[in-house]
Design a protein around this ligand. Sequence first.
Ligand SMILES: [Fe+2]
Ligand SMILES: [Fe+2]
Length: 168
Amino acid sequence: MALAERMETALNDQVTRELSASLAYLQMAAHFEAEERPGMARWMAAQSDEEAGHARMFIDYLVDRDGRVEIGAIDAPVSKFDSPLHVFEEALRHERYVTEEIRNLYRLATELGDLESLPFLQGFLVEQVEEEALVSGICERIGRLDGSEVGLALIEAELGGRTGTGEE
Ligand SMILES: [Fe+2]
Ligand SMILES: [Fe+2]
């Protein structure tokens, strides 16, 4: 079934959003590198790669459906942060925004009767549940530390243990 024009546009917007998320995480990784928090930097860099991977998945899907791929303009990511907590809160805010946009894509696919897009998008909805739970869990734990450097060092070590990309 040919991809509806509205769906094609919406999927392209999602490619742009995933790339924007990738840039946001890359900026956060650079921030943590500069702050001498290599564990958090590594975690953010892996997150950035994961988002770039999501963008490629949407691109592949568009191509498979004979859609036209057109990457949109991307705003500069937030680059100034007050604290590690602020960085992770910003990440959570971004994830929640992405989740809502994927929900909107799912709603559109339902409305258009685009049955093929539903299972594809469902995978991303499930992924977003994990992402939000992961990032909000980190926010909660950092928030509880009340700025304790010892506590932050423990979380830093744990996050630095993240291996490869696309894994939690
Ligand atoms: Fe993503
Ligand atoms: Fe994400």
